[in-house]
Write a protein of this length. Structure first.
Length: 168
């Protein structure tokens, strides 16, 4: 059970992901979390730096899909100009939204990585399907109450071990 809570990789931020190394593992598709992974939760726009990174990732040949538990209907609008499909109200760690993302990207589980800032949604959800999971540090936007008072305190118990494993 505990294994399901460990990411396959931990890096401080998106920019630290070694895309070439992923490609060598046969990974060509990324399921990206939105809140506090791509943008601070509650922010109105995606930072230019992140947008440039997303374009670079796609130019390298990766297929992308954003999967978010956010229920805000303005999210798709926000990400529209990036031309990346978005699944909102995902209820991660349920399997269904991840399966749907694979369908949208026309990708198999073996060639797909999940990138997110939360162990109990992104990492657990991805691991349940056997996807390659990458944990990043949260960007620091204001968090959902359940995240703040339940998930994060539990994460704090696991993070030192995870970071030690990856030399963070
Ligand atoms: Mg998040």
């Amino acid at each position: 059970m505990l294994d399901l809570l460990y990411p396959r990789l931990y890096v401080p931020s998106l920019f630290d992901i070694d895309l070439g190394a992923l490609q060598k593992k046969g990974i060509n598709s990324l399921i990206l979390d939105l809140d506090n992974t791509i943008m601070p939760r509650g922010a109105r726009r995606i930072e230019q730096e992140v947008e440039a990174w997303l374009r670079r990732v796609r130019e390298k040949g990766f297929r992308l899909c954003i999967v978010t538990n956010n229920r805000d209907r303005s999210v798709p609008e926000l990400t529209q100009r990036l031309e990346i499909p978005v699944i909102i109200r995902a209820v991660k760690p349920r399997r269904k939204p991840f399966v749907r993302a694979l369908e949208l990207m026309d990708a198999t589980g073996r060639e797909t990585a999940v990138v997110g800032d939360q162990i109990f949604t992104d990492v657990l959800g991805g691991n349940r399907l056997g996807l390659y999971t990458i944990l990043v540090d949260p960007l620091g936007g204001k968090e959902f109450i359940g995240t703040r008072f339940i998930s994060r305190p539990l994460e704090r118990l696991l993070l030192p071990r995870i970071k030690r494993r990856f030399g963070g």
